[in-house]
Design a protein around this ligand. Structure first.
Ligand code: GDP
Ligand code: ZN
Length: 462
């Protein structure tokens, strides 16, 4: 499919910068650029080879006035980002030069590109699939190294490759089903065929399950791990947050909309984005459990994916501490004993007896001891139960997760139908549904309005 009109947009971020780039894609792109570009010696753009960066000027062809001094490059279809002819004009950064050049390009016959339209064309023209297109956006918006790595792998097709493998297996299953429908005689279902179908469908089911198991980790890599630090006043919660922030050299942002007495920080621990709430802001004179009773902090506590419960080794366990231990029993939580530089008054065995399956980490923030161990423990928890992280293939996108869940439901239903020896037509419907759900990930079977919706979230010029 080739899209007929030529699109243009400013590809660089708005604001003042060293350079700005106007990008043009479509069959008129080179023609348009040729009309407005002149080299220092008066040559046109196409007088030079393609994929060569050429120094010159953008001139208004009506008045011959110079608009800006630029570097321009043209690239012919099909080996380009969109697979169409593409021109990039590198001009001076800042609002005015890019705007002026874009206006000129539009006047010469290009249309203003919609958000993500370059990438959308790359998808519609078949160069990348939908999961890869989505990875482009994830790459741009990645906040940590790990998020970037996973997106880069997805862009290179790691997820698509796996999904296509599963789809291929489904195709084989469908072929078997069709043959047996065509050759069905009076005897209901051919046992040999059925055995093969069940075996292959189980393999498909397992593959989908494995992918789904990575989704929790994937979500964290993409969106961050929601973490709260709780504990009595003065145990060192704020000190810990500061220590973690210092270590991670994070982008420290205060999230707009949060009230002043709850501090949310975003940081990166070994490449994993973490959103930490320091409950410190909630008036610390109040009884901690009562505080958790406060509606707002309760919300944070409830939605937290990881709870860091902090104790001070130099003071004895109190009733409040046991009440918190009770609350975190069923949650993903780490217990931290701080201030190990001070003499101990804390009965550690009482803690491990009370909650058996929680990791207890001792540290001294004052002496900068144990923080690395804490960071490792957090990373381990993010990856816990995840066998696939080694090959970095992670399902990070909620859309993909939903599609995988529907695919799993369908193949499970198909397997039930097979085990019940239902007619092949029934079985075929389930297997086809599974294939359709998986096809949504790569874009093979996805509806047009969903495609539009996905690309609307992209930035302009990408
Ligand atoms: P929060 O109320 O739980 O947020 O506790 P803070 O972080 O405000 O710390 C309370 C006090 O404990 C401060 O004076 C800190 O300097 C001190 N503190 C924090 N960590 C340590 C530690 O590891 N050892 C010692 N001796 N003092 C610490
Ligand atoms: Zn504090």
């Amino acid at each position: 499919m080739f899209l007929s009109d030529t699109i243009a947009a400013i590809a660089t971020a708005p604001g003042e910068a060293g350079i700005g780039i106007v990008r043009i894609s479509g069959n008129k792109a080179i023609d348009i650029a040729n009309k407005i570009f002149k080299s220092k010696k008066g040559k046109n753009l196409v007088d030079f080879d393609e994929r060569r960066v050429n120094y010159g000027y953008i001139l208004n062809p009506d008045t011959n006035e110079k608009v800006d001094e630029v570097l321009a490059v043209y690239m012919r279809s099909p080996f380009t980002y969109t697979t169409e002819d593409i021109v990039e004009i590198h001009c001076h950064g800042g609002f005015i030069p890019v705007k002026k050049i874009l206006e000129l390009v539009l006047r010469m016959g290009a249309r203003s590109a919609e958000p993500g339209e370059f990438t959308k064309r790359s998808f519609l023209n078949g160069r990348i699939d939908l999961a890869q297109a989505e990875a482009v956006m994830d790459l741009i918006s990645a906040k940590t190294d790990k998020g970037f790595d996973v997106a880069l792998d997805q862009l290179e097709g790691s997820l698509s490759k796996k999904v296509k493998e599963i789809i291929k297996n489904l195709m084989d299953i469908l072929a078997h089903i069709e043959v047996s429908i065509d050759f069905a005689d009076e005897e209901d279902v051919d046992e040999v065929t059925l055995d093969i179908l069940i075996k292959r469908s189980n393999e498909v089911k397992d593959e989908i399950k494995l992918l789904l198991e990575t989704a929790d980790t994937g979500k964290i890599i993409r969106e961050g791990l929601n973490t709260v630090i709780i504990g009595k006043p003065n145990v060192g919660k704020s000190s810990l947050l500061n220590a973690l922030l210092g270590e991670s050299r994070a982008i420290v942002t205060e999230v707009p909309g949060t009230t002043r007495d709850i501090i949310e920080e975003q940081l990166s621990i070994k490449g994993i984005p973490i959103k930490i709430i320091d409950t410190a802001g909630i008036r610390e004179t109040e009884d901690i459990v009562e505080k958790i009773g406060v509606e707002r902090s309760k919300q944070f506590f409830n939605k937290a994916e990881l709870i860091i419960f902090m104790l001070d080794i130099s003071s004895e366990l109190t009733k409040e501490d046991f009440e918190i231990l009770e609350l975190i029993k069923v949650r993903k939580a780490l217990v931290i004993i701080n201030k190990t530089d001070l003499p101990s008054k804390l009965d550690e065995s009482a803690i491990s007896q009370y909650i058996e399956n929680k990791k207890i980490i001792k540290l001294s923030i004052a002496e900068e001891k144990g923080i690395d161990e804490l960071e490792n423990a957090i990373v381990d928890m993010v990856y816990s139960g995840d066998v696939r992280t080694k090959d970095r293939l992670l399902v990070t996108n909620v859309r993909h997760k939903n599609a995988l869940e529907r695919a799993l439901d369908s193949i499970v239903e198909g397997l039930e139908a097979m085990n019940k020896k239902l007619p092949m037509d029934f079985i075929e419907v389930d297997v086809k549904n599974c294939w359709e759900a998986l096809g949504e990930i790569t874009g093979e079977t996805v509806a047009e309005d969903l495609i539009d919706h996905i690309f609307q979230n992209f930035c302009i010029g990408k």
